[in-house]
Design a protein around this ligand. Structure first.
Ligand SMILES: Nc1ncnc2c1ncn2[C@@H]1O[C@H](COP(=O)(O)OP(=O)(O)O)[C@@H](O)[C@H]1O
Ligand SMILES: [Mg+2]
Length: 315
């Protein structure tokens, strides 16, 4: 059994014009000590997938079908008070903007101590754990930093504090939703190095949500490529980079500027919005390999060698 098993997640929004589905049969699993990257253009459903695991969804969102198994729990059957215990302790979220997780009114020490008290109630050496977690994320002068308020720290330091909080609770799974998008490139590299070290030394599972394929290449073990609320390709990182199969994955690769300065080819057109209803494969209006069948029926996600691919070219 994997640490995390997301099975056939179907989610949508109850809007004034009725129910609009945005996630379709999203399934993946993740083992301890591995990193899964979820990639895809903005609006393809990456954050909603992650937030479903934490059950931190917008009020009008509804999961119509699916299961999320985490350790021995079926998360979608848990009550809010049970989920509160799991969140933070077992599953930690590193958001794009660290200030959404830090309280500007309290010192770092207060906040780390509070989270340890909540999630490890029998713990006596709270201060020591707080200090060790700051050391683990390589924060200089950790004693002093404990007394700081969030506004006294840089963006990169704040992100380290959030990671320290996940470590202080011994989280088994860290969900990092575009954790470095707001940071400059050098700090970004340091934060990713830290996440990779945590994965390797503490056997933590990590879901990395990003649109940066460079980060995926350097850090991930597995990759799920999402398009219009569906996983269209799912494979090991090695296989994805050596042998991308879905036309959308290939288009994503072609749209990154490479080091030798080869011309990048942007993907023409836009992903469908919540109000567009496209018959067949949702990528068909932008796909240069489009065939008749693609405009009639959506292909299933099927095994293709080492990968799972949803494309009529592979069926
Ligand atoms: N609160 C909301 N109400 C209605 N639709 C939403 C809401 N939040 C997200 N969506 C829809 O869900 C889609 C996926 O959103 P999201 O998971 O945030 O995408 P990503 O993280 O990949 O950029 C969006 O394109 C949008 O149409
Ligand atoms: Mg997002």
């Amino acid at each position: 059994m994997s640490l995390l098993d997301v099975k056939n997640l179907n989610l949508g929004f109850n809007l004034s014009q009725g129910f609009k589905q945005v996630l379709y049969d999203v399934s993946f699993s993740l083992d301890k000590g591995k990193m899964l990257a979820i990639v895809g253009e903005s609006g393809c459903g990456k954050t909603l997938t992650a937030m479903s695991i934490l059950n931190l969804l917008p009020k009008n969102a509804e999961i119509k079908e699916g299961n999320i198994f985490f350790k021995e729990y079926n998360l979608l059957e848990k009550k809010e008070f049970q989920l509160q215990k799991i969140r933070g302790k077992n599953i930690a979220l590193i958001p794009q903007d660290p200030m959404t997780s830090l309280n500007p009114l309290y010192t770092i020490e207060n906040q780390i101590v509070e989270i340890i008290k909540t999630h490890r109630p029998n713990e006596k050496k709270i201060k020591e754990i707080a200090l060790k977690s700051l050391k683990d994320v390589k924060i200089p002068n950790p004693e002093e930093r404990l007394k700081s308020y969030p506004h006294e720290l840089s963006g990169g330091m704040k992100q380290r504090i959030i990671i320290a909080m996940a470590l202080a609770c011994n989280a088994d799974l860290i969900i990092a939703d575009e954790p470095t998008t707001a940071l400059d490139v050098t700090v970004q590299a340091q934060i990713m190095k830290l996440l990779k070290e945590i994965k390797e030394t503490k056997n933590t599972a990590i879901i990395l949500i990003t649109h940066d394929l460079g980060l995926v290449f350097e850090n991930a073990d597995y990759v799920a490529v999402m398009y219009a609320g569906r996983i269209v390709e799912y494979s090991s990182k090695k296989e994805l980079f050596e042998n991308p199969k879905h036309p959308y994955t290939k288009a994503l690769f072609n749209s990154i500027p490479d080091i030798i300065g080869e011309k990048l080819i942007p993907i023409e057109g836009q992903p469908p919005s919540i109000n567009d209803s496209i018959l067949g494969c949702p990528f068909n209006p932008r796909c240069k390999y489009v065939m008749d069948i693609c405009t009639q029926k959506n292909p299933e996600l099927l095994k293709n060698n080492e990968s799972m691919v949803s494309c009529w070219l592979n069926s």
